[in-house]
Design a protein around this ligand. Structure first.
Ligand code: KG4
Length: 335
């Protein structure tokens, strides 16, 4: 089954053609990161406008590269939530138009479910159940993936997402947007252990997380250094910050494995590209005797192929939508 898939929830417009949820025939992405870098973060209206400009050409390219025409496409999948609402609406409206004009089923796909499904593309043998650690720019959560479309949230951030926290910390350290990758590179230049940073604990919810205190601590350290003229070891701070984020994520993911009894952990989302977090997950899973799935870097960030992967399983579960499907800025993963 060939699915034409659309992703436009933030600052990447992406279109892909995926066969049976596992094989990528084409996967084209137009990133807007350079445009938003001018403003130090995503400007929602500009994001929507850019999606409008490029989505038709990207669709033609994705179909051409897949060698597919209208008759080769069996269904249309689209990320309908969560995300910047104007941005999501562009992809959703375009996908609906294609489904309507071509008379194909329309499959709504939750963006975070799709991030997790990126693992199905990278690892053909992977099947639920497993624990997923989904860490992106807008969301951070740990899920029990009982089946392809039966997911339960075990814990999530109470405030900022991990990626958002990376982007804010990077900004005060003078790094460009999006800050995750440059922070990763800066952190590699130091062994850290210079700046004590706070760790969060949510009473009564051991798998929930909080990153806002950590973000504020980095902002305060950078501002204090600027005001007092004290030198700031930026590389050490980047390293200590990254270890602190990892220290929030990795032990909780391991605890989720213990609580569920699952023997496999999948990482997902843009922050899963972080080298320190990847290494810490590898160490922890090796010690616990659990299998770890780390998607390649190109499948960590937003892409259309992951929408096609999850879309296939949503279709098999009968989860198609009518032409009245709407977009949502927020939507629970387990709805
Ligand atoms: O999954 P994604 O592409 O978009 C969302 O769905 O949100 O994630 C983007 C986030 C950004 O915050 C970016 O700074 C972060 O992923 N990121 C990283 C790294 N590469 C991207 N964070 C930490 N280390 C990285 N190497």
């Amino acid at each position: 089954m060939n699915i034409l898939a659309f992703e436009s929830t933030c600052d990447e417009t992406a279109v892909a053609v995926v066969t049976d949820g596992r094989r990528v025939l084409s996967d084209v992405i137009a990133s807007q990161a350079e445009m938003h870098a001018l403003y130090g973060g995503v400007v929602p209206e500009l994001a929507s406008r850019k999606h409008v400009e490029v989505i038709a050409a990207l669709t033609e390219q994705a179909l051409r590269e897949a060698g597919c025409g209208r008759d080769d496409i069996d269904a249309v999948a689209v990320a309908y939530a969560p995300g910047l609402i104007g941005a999501v609406l562009v992809g959703l409206s375009f996908a609906k138009s294609v489904a309507f004009a071509w008379g194909k089923p329309l499959i709504p796909v939750h963006h975070i479910r799709a991030h997790i499904a990126a693992n199905y593309l990278a690892f053909p043998e992977l099947e639920p159940p497993f624990v997923a650690l989904a860490i992106s720019g807008g969301n951070t959560l740990i899920a029990d993936v009982r089946d392809y479309t039966d997911l339960r949230i075990l814990g999530s951030t109470r405030d900022d997402a991990a990626g958002e926290c990376f982007d804010k910390a990077a900004r005060v350290l003078g790094l460009p947007y999006p800050g995750g990758k440059p922070m990763d590179e800066l952190a590699r230049q130091s062994q850290g252990c210079v700046y004590p940073l706070p760790r969060a604990h949510v009473d009564g919810a051991e798998l929930d997380m909080s990153f806002s205190g950590l973000k504020t601590a980095v902002v305060n350290l950078a501002h204090r250094a600027e005001q007092t003229g004290q030198p700031l070891d930026r590389a050490a701070l980047a390293r200590d910050f990254t270890k602190a984020v990892s220290g929030e994520l990795v032990p909780r993911a391991m605890r989720a494995l213990a609580l569920t009894g699952h023997k496999a952990l999948c990482a997902a989302g843009g922050v899963a590209a972080n080298s320190v977090i990847r290494a810490d997950l590898e160490d922890a899973c090796e010690k616990a005797g659990c299998k770890l799935y780390l998607p390649p870097l190109r499948l960590c960030g937003d892409n259309g192929a992951m929408i096609g992967a999850q879309g296939y399983y949503e279709f098999l579960a009968g989860r198609t939508a009518g032409m009245d499907l709407n977009a949502y800025a927020t939507r629970p993963l387990d709805a």
